[in-house]
Design a protein around this ligand. Structure first.
Ligand code: UDP
Length: 283
């Protein structure tokens, strides 16, 4: 079977690509160029009220289910899947970048944390080509220079950690078409710097990473209030679909996109199967 299984689902009108071959799909985008969005409930709600963000997510080449709320909404539609946290994808891509000599640029976070994150990755992969480290607190008139520099350099990987939705809007504006994978990584540089800790594995497995973050950063609680609103919208949409008889069939009963000729714009190309069984993906 060709490794092209990918299904494009929707959560509150936003696309989500469901692929068990996430790393392969992302690798293909390194060559063809693409924006990877890591979708969670907060971003979904922000996009409902912000048309430019909605359009950016709709035209991104790959949108992955990063948040527990998005995974829950998709399961309600009958899809079988697991979370695909953006930070896990970012780490897999950096491992590959080191092995393949890809040039990497990082944009975002406080300078001291960005440098500490770079030291962490250099210890892990001394050969990693971290070509640009651009902190996220530039004066406004510096950003056009940053954009021009990245368009000129054309690194294979550009990670942007400016927080959502700013990072998504900026990626859409800054990236050149046709080259390099641009990924919004949120607070990943803070994690790699050792300043912020990820939830223990058990909490991740219980879909409680957001709660662990809230304990570390209580200032995030107003953002968490979006979660019940998101759940309400999802349930209303689910009930409307169910009672109008148009509820989606479970993913496993639907043909895979690659076999029905869905366009590459709908499902990113997958050039080869990952070397090992998928770390993330439909469960
Ligand atoms: N940040 C930045 N410049 C800014 C505001 C924020 O570089 O003007 C960084 C911040 O230092 C942090 C990241 O953006 O590293 C946001 O992290 P957060 O975990 O809040 O991301 P989100 O959950 O919004 O994706």
């Amino acid at each position: 079977m060709a490794p092209r299984e990918c299904l494009k689902a929707e959560v509150l009108g936003l696309p989500v690509h469901l692929t068990p071959h996430l790393l392969s799909a992302a690798e293909a985008l390194v060559r063809s160029g693409g924006h990877v969005v890591t979708l969670n409930a907060e971003m979904t709600m922000a996009a409902r009220n912000h048309a430019p963000l909605r359009r950016v997510i709709q035209r991104a080449e790959l949108v992955i289910p990063d948040g527990a709320g998005v995974v829950w909404a998709l399961r309600l539609q009958g899809h079988r899947l697991r979370r695909q946290p953006g930070i896990d994808l970012a780490e897999m891509l950096l491992d590959h970048a080191a092995a393949r000599g890809w040039r990497v640029a990082w944009v975002g976070a406080r300078d001291d944390r960005l440098q500490a994150a770079a030291r962490f990755w250099k210890r892990r992969h001394p050969q990693l080509r971290l070509q640009r480290l651009i902190h996220g607190y530039q004066p406004p008139d510096h950003w056009p220079m940053v954009e021009a520099d990245l368009r000129r350099q054309q690194p294979e990987l550009v990670f942007v950690g400016l927080g959502a939705p700013r990072q998504e809007l900026w990626i859409d504006k800054a990236r050149p078409l046709g080259h390099g994978l641009w990924l919004g990584v949120g607070g990943s540089f803070d994690v790699w710097s050792g300043s912020v800790r990820r939830a223990p594995t058990l909490m991740q497995a219980l879909q409680l990473e957001w709660f662990y973050r809230l304990l570390q950063e209580p200032g995030r609680w107003p953002r968490i209030l979006q979660l019940p609103v998101f759940s309400g919208h999802v349930l209303m949409e689910w009930a409307a679909a169910r009672f109008s008889g148009s509820r989606r069939k479970p993913a496993r009963q639907r043909p895979a996109a690659g076999r029905t000729g869905e366009s590459a714009a709908e499902c990113p190309p997958v050039e080869r199967r990952a070397d090992k069984p998928p770390e993330v993906g439909p469960g």
